[in-house]
Design a protein around this ligand. Structure first.
Ligand code: SAJ
Length: 421
């Protein structure tokens, strides 16, 4: 890779982050070799199609595949820059222990084709120290290469941690325009990674060390989790004291330095409900508020279920409409969704009385099988149900006027209808 030549890039992991990232790098003119362990994902991408839902991603992938700039494979290939975007789930020990085995497996694959001058970048959300552990794993496989932080002179390769901070539904826009933290194992590594991101990121790229960048990503999501937990705790206190939490928040937020977030049925998704545990795992004695926030947000889901059940029992015989299954508004992502948990629990208990409205779903998820609950459209639910439980703040629910809800028992867990306490 010399002068203005575009680097060959290998992106490992073609999921929600890896695929849009690969496509954007390809759009900037760099030839991208995408790697995924799943053959069907590779085949789909090579046809110019996509296996995930994300605004405008289909057109972009089609374009870069057609131009020959993005090719997918199950096999690693030599490149100048390697970007690792594989999952970092919890281990199966039930203790929220981070499982970095996919990252380490990817690093070991990279080690088989790594050459002098290459850059390896980890993007996966990871516990502090993972980039160094990745470096050590590569060093063990490739003693012929001088590794940053382990050698006296100039290292042969560069390693950096560069997290994404994109919002599902706005991934392409945010990948391009958000600021980025670029954490090198050494300052030289950071500069190498910076030069790479400058090719396709319009936001500011701020360099730091790898451990700080790892913690920054975790802290961003923990900050949001703690703030949502404050709102959720407030809503449970308000329920206990017979107060309208929405009124209290509206009024408190008129203070120039107060900005309370919105209570809901709990925190879903694969980031905010997961990443704070990586901080707790690294410093269990110190991370008290962060742990409590996770527990409070999880408890809110059970609180909502209990209140919903009480409302259903107080309206015997009435049909119950659960509005929404997604983990947040206006997306079709139902994974790790508190709304889905609450609706499915009600379906198991109240069977055929339960109607689910989810404009983003073609059918109900499997856990509804055999419960008797049915997926209906909003008009049918408004006609037939006596109880309305809002679980997701989709725009289509927000615009339902009070007269269409008249005479129904309502539990609005998201505060979408200002006339409902
Ligand atoms: N939620 C509330 N009340 C609120 C805000 C959110 O209950 O006031 C709930 C949502 O309904 C949802 C959950 O929290 O269930 C998370 O939604 P979100 O919109 O806050 O965040 P995510 O998970 O879609 O994306 C987050 C973002 N992080 C931050 O805003 C700090 C995103 O920028 C990250 O890139 C992403 O996590 C990630 O991949 O880590």
């Amino acid at each position: 890779m010399r002068g203005d030549t575009k680097p060959d890039v290998c992106v490992i992991g073609l999921g929600y982050i890896g695929l849009p990232t690969a496509a954007i790098i390809a759009r900037a003119g760099c030839p991208v070799h995408g790697v995924d362990v799943t053959q069907s994902v590779v085949d789909t991408i090579n046809r110019g199609e996509i296996h995930i839902e994300e605004v405008d991603l289909d057109g972009l992938v089609q374009a870069v595949v057609q131009r020959g700039l993005l090719k997918a494979s199950t096999e690693i290939a030599p490149a100048d820059v390697f970007v690792i975007a594989v999952p970092t789930p919890f281990a199966k020990d039930g203790n929220h222990t981070p499982d970095t085995s996919y990252v380490m497996a990817a690093a070991e694959k990279v080690a088989t084709v790594l050459k002098k001058g290459d850059t390896v970048i980890l993007e996966s959300t990871s516990p502090v120290g993972t980039t160094e552990a990745m470096r050590d794993a590569i060093a063990a496989k490739r003693p012929d290469l001088a590794m940053p932080g382990l050698c006296d002179g100039q290292p042969d390769v560069s390693l950096a941690y560069c997290p994404e901070r994109v919002l599902p539904g706005k991934i392409l826009e945010e990948l391009t325009h958000n600021d980025r933290s670029i954490g090198g194992i050494t300052p030289r590594c950071a500069r190498k990674a910076l030069a790479f991101y400058k090719r396709f990121v319009k936001g500011e790229c701020v360099t730091t060390d790898a451990r700080s960048a790892e913690m920054t990503k975790l802290v961003e999501n923990a900050f949001r989790d703690v703030n949502i937990a404050f709102a959720n705790e407030l809503s449970m206190i308000a329920d206990r004291q017979g107060l309208d939490v929405w009124e209290v928040i509206r009024l408190a937020n008129r203070h120039p330095r107060v900005n309370i977030l919105t209570p809901g049925p709990g925190v879903g998704g694969h980031c905010i409900a997961v990443d704070p545990w990586f901080i707790v795992h690294g410093a269990p004695e110190e991370a008290k508020i962060i742990r409590q926030a996770r527990e409070t947000n999880d408890a809110k889901m059970h609180h909502v279920l209990a209140r919903a059940k009480a409302l259903v029992e107080a309206n015997p015989g009435a049909k119950i409409a659960c509005l929404g299954l997604a983990f947040k508004a206006n997306i079709d992502d139902f994974r790790e969704s508190p709304a889905r948990y609450v609706a499915a629990s009600l379906a198991r208990e109240f069977g055929e009385r339960v109607q689910v409205v989810e404009p983003y779903a073609g059918e109900l998820p499997r856990e509804f099988d055999g419960t008797g609950a049915e997926l209906v459209d909003i008009d049918a639910a408004l006609e037939e149900s006596g109880v309305l439980i809002t679980l997701v703040d989709h725009d289509v629910f927000k615009v339902i006027p009070p007269e269409e809800r008249q005479g129904k028992a309502v539990y609005d867990t998201r505060g979408i209808w200002p006339d409902v306490a």
